[in-house]
Design a protein around this ligand. Sequence first.
Ligand code: FES
Length: 85
Amino acid sequence: MKKPARTVCPEAEIVCLCNEVTRGEIEKAIRSGCDTLNKIYDRTQAGVGPCGGSCRKFIGPMLDQYLQTGEFPNCAIRKKTGRTK
Ligand code: FES
């Protein structure tokens, strides 16, 4: 039996709800050389909002996988919130 195709997250998916930072913005920061979480936070403002960084648990795996494979995860980072930037 064939496996269903994996869902690719849209670039407009909001990863950091506090500062409305999208998946695409985080991926762009990583591709342009942000190779630590602090560099990503500084570049995008993701992870430094008033909630205290609840989105960091999503950003870390994105960075780790990119550094290990050169690709980003093809899975939902957050459940759909209806919010897009
Ligand atoms: S959701 Fe990213 S800092 Fe709050």
